[in-house]
Design a protein around this ligand. Structure first.
Ligand SMILES: [Zn+2]
Length: 209
C-alpha cells in the first residue's frame, strides 16, 4: 500500500482525500448506498469481517457482492445470501490493500439494525470498514497497518471519535469481526486518547503475535 507523505507532490496540497474518496484506496463504486440524514454527525467507525466463500481469501467475490455482480449459483454458500444488497465504505484485504466502495459522505449499507453511543441505525452516521477475514480467525499484520492509516485519514475528514465492532453495535445478531481481532493492538497503534473503544475490548494487554 502506498502511503502519502508530506513531501509527496501528489498529496502535498490536497491531503489524503479527493472529495469523499481516499486517494490511497482503489475505488470500486457500489450502487448500494444512500443519502445520510441531514446533519448526520459521522463520528463512528464500525469494523466488520467478511470473506467469500467464508474463510477463502484473495478472490473477487466480496467486490462482486458489494457491486451486485456476484454469481449466486457459483457456490452453495452464495445461495444463502442470494439477493443481498449490501456495501461498506472500505474493504481491507489480507495484503493491506484498501478498496473503497462508497463516498464517506454517503450512507453505506453495512450495519443493519444497530445501536451505539446512544444512537440507533448506525448506517446513518458511521463509516463501515470490512476486514477480509472470518469470525474467530486472526487478521494479517498488513491489515492492521492499513487500518491504522485508514482510521487516521478518516479522522482528518470526519469528526470520528468512536470505533466499535459490528458485534458491539448489533449484539446477539452479529459476531464480526470476532475474537480473532486484536483490539488492544489497534488501540496501541492508534495511540491517541481521542479514540473511544468499547470498554470490553481493552481489558487485556496487547498480544505479541
Ligand atoms: Zn458485519
Amino acid at each position: 500500500m502506498k502511503k502519502p507523505r508530506a513531501d509527496d507532490p501528489v498529496h502535498a496540497d490536497t491531503g489524503d482525500w479527493d472529495g469523499g474518496w481516499l486517494r490511497t484506496a482503489r475505488h470500486v463504486p457500489s450502487p448500494n448506498v444512500g443519502t445520510r440524514p441531514e446533519g448526520a454527525c459521522v463520528d463512528l467507525i464500525v469494523l466488520h469481517s467478511i470473506s467469500l466463500p467464508p474463510g477463502i481469501y484473495g478472490g473477487p467475490e466480496v467486490e462482486q457482492l458489494f457491486t451486485n455482480r456476484l454469481d449466486w449459483a457459483a457456490h452453495p454458500y452464495f445461495e444463502q445470501i442470494r439477493g443481498l444488497e449490501v456495501s461498506a465504505h472500505f474493504f481491507v484485504r489480507r495484503d493491506g490493500e484498501i478498496v473503497q466502495f462508497a463516498d464517506v459522505d454517503a450512507r453505506a449499507w453495512h450495519a443493519g439494525a444497530s445501536r451505539w453511543r446512544g444512537r440507533e441505525n448506525c448506517n446513518d452516521d458511521s463509516i463501515g470498514i470490512e476486514l477480509e477475514g472470518l469470525e474467530g480467525d486472526s487478521f494479517a499484520a498488513p491489515q492492521y497497518d492499513a487500518l491504522v492509516h485508514l482510521c487516521q485519514a478518516l479522522q482528518q475528514r470526519c469528526p470520528i471519535r468512536h470505533i466499535a465492532g459490528h458485534e458491539h453495535v448489533a449484539p446477539g445478531r452479529k459476531q464480526d469481526p470476532g475474537a480473532g481481532f486484536d483490539w488492544p493492538r489497534l488501540a496501541h497503534a492508534l495511540g491517541d486518547a481521542r479514540w473511544c473503544f468499547p470498554e470490553c475490548v481493552l481489558t487485556t494487554p496487547p498480544r505479541d503475535d
